[in-house]
Design a protein around this ligand. Structure first.
Ligand code: AMP
Ligand code: ZN
Length: 468
């Protein structure tokens, strides 16, 4: 496995800290609103990184934070006159639904910022003691000048002049002492913790350091996030964590590029964003978006358009039809045709190798998809004959399932009984050459959101996809 490490700006060979396992921390959502599809690009990417390690034989421990306390969540909850928990629970639930729809595997340790305050306080106390943090009127701040390696990840040059900033997000142009702990003020309402530190709440950056160290280890293998998090968020995570543990925080930093709209970053503050619900509202299958993300390299920006998304609906249709046709085609046992069986065997083996090599080459899912579609084409060419040798079927099916279970671009769905009944009736009409009646039923099936594709023998039914 080779991956591009932001720390060295190079593609590096992956070496796990502990053989056979990968510890992976992924910056999660701030649950103050729906996630937009830019955020979701990044979350799909995390899923790919995890599945890639799994495909390579590793056991992966992935942690994802849910940021349920910060400037934005507090402000939004107050505007709705809801408690922070009531408010953030709503958007956490929507977030989980989005992941489900996008086939993001849930074998992740999700952990909420508000469940890890103890650890944050512990870290802050130690940083105060060791001179990496200091107290001001309104809170406790990290002293950037005390951490020599500051700027190493983002390439930020630190000029030694520091201002101080209390907001969670700030100017990306300069290094700034940032808040670890914000003392309570009236606009925080009921939101505060006390005990180890004076009444207040954590800053955003300390959340991830605490959760990564507490749920994984002092040093972890992989840390992922969107490129916008490189500075200041990840730079701050390194400064906090390494000052606290005295050890290297992360071996491989992996950053996913942005999703753009009209050449601008999709973001809530610019108002140029779409949610998954918007896509569904226009008739798109959420998996068309997953396929779009996989077809584009994570290190390139991706300009989103609905026209482009339609292309992926077309590809989903192909996947659906190919898989169903293979399943539906009559099987038989061919005694002689050894040459053909051998050819299929070898081609499938080669395609699986190309697929794995692509995934291991810095998560090149575009090339992996090329191998996947080549395999579907091979399967189609066998299916076209009207029947398929059982051993060829097995090899093709095995290859397709293996690749698909990594890609996660297909989800089985139910076809209503009325539709399958109509399709059966249509088939009977066709057999008795009553084509007009058969066509009427085919159109009716279409009106109900499904369509029939005829095979050499028999047919398959699939849902209708939007196509360009
Ligand atoms: P947030 O909920 O704003 O903390 O963001 C969650 C994740 O989405 C972070 O890893 C961000 O880097 C990422 N992200 C934000 N905007 C975009 C975008 N336009 N394209 C891709 N990823 C994004
Ligand atoms: Zn984070």
């Amino acid at each position: 496995m080779e991956l591009f490490n932001t720390l060295s700006r190079k593609k590096e060979k992956f070496k796990a800290l502990k053989e056979g396992t990968v510890t992976m921390y992924t910056c999660g959502p701030t649950v103050y609103n729906y996630a937009h599809i830019g955020n979701l690009r990044t979350f799909i990417f995390y899923d790919i990184v995890k599945r890639a390690f799994e495909l390579d034989g590793y056991k992966v421990k992935q942690v994802m934070n849910i940021t349920d306390v910060d400037d934005k969540t507090i402000k939004s909850a107050a505007e709705r006159r809801m408690s922070l928990k009531e408010y953030t629970d709503i958007y956490t639930k929507y977030f989980m639904d989005d992941l489900e729809k996008l086939n993001v595997e849930k074998n992740i340790k999700f952990t909420k910022a508000t469940e890890n305050i103890d650890k944050m306080q512990l870290i802050i106390k130690k940083l105060l003691k060791t001179g990496y943090a200091y107290e001001a009127d309104d809170g406790i701040y990290y002293k950037v000048s005390a951490f020599e390696a500051y700027g190493r990840l983002s390439g930020m040059t630190v000029d030694g002049k520091y201002s101080r900033i209390k907001g969670d997000e700030y100017d990306k142009e300069s290094a700034t002492d940032f808040a670890l702990w914000k003392y309570w003020d009236a606009k925080d309402g009921e939101v505060y913790w006390d005990g180890e530190l004076k009444k207040g709440r954590p800053g955003w950056h300390i959340e991830c350091s605490a959760m990564a160290i507490k749920h994984l280890a002092k040093t972890i293998d992989v840390h992922c996030g969107g490129v916008d998090l490189m500075f200041p968020h990840h730079e701050n995570e390194i400064a906090q964590s390494e000052a606290y543990t005295g050890e290297k925080f992360v071996n491989y930093w992996v950053h996913c590029e942005h999703l753009l709209v009209n050449n601008q970053k999709m973001s809530k503050s610019l108002g140029n964003f779409y949610t998954l619900k918007d896509l569904e509202g226009r008739g798109f299958d959420p998996l068309s978006f997953r396929l779009m993300v996989l077809d584009n390299n994570y290190r390139n920006r991706l300009d989103f358009t609905f026209d482009n998304l339609k292309k992926y609906e077309g590809l989903l249709k192909k996947i659906d039809l190919s898989m169903k046709s293979l399943e539906k085609t009559e099987r038989y046992t061919e005694k002689d045709n050894e040459l053909s069986k051998q050819q299929v065997n070898e081609t499938v083996k080669r395609l699986i190798e190309e697929f794995k090599a692509a995934v291991n080459n810095d998560f090149n899912t575009h090339s992996a998809l090329v191998a996947f579609f080549a395999l579907l084409d091979l399967s189609d060419s066998r299916v076209e004959k009207g029947r398929i040798d059982s051993s060829e079927y097995k090899v093709l099916k095995g290859g397709i399932d293996k690749m698909q279970s990594f890609l996660g671009v297909y989800k089985d769905y139910e076809i209503p009984r009325e539709i399958t009944q109509m399709a059966d009736e249509r088939e009977k009409f066709r057999e008795s050459k009553k084509f007009t009646e058969a066509d009427i039923l085919r159109d009716k099936i279409k009106e109900n959101g499904y369509f029939i594709a005829d095979l050499k023998k028999g047919y398959v039914i699939a849902k209708k996809y939007l196509e360009s």
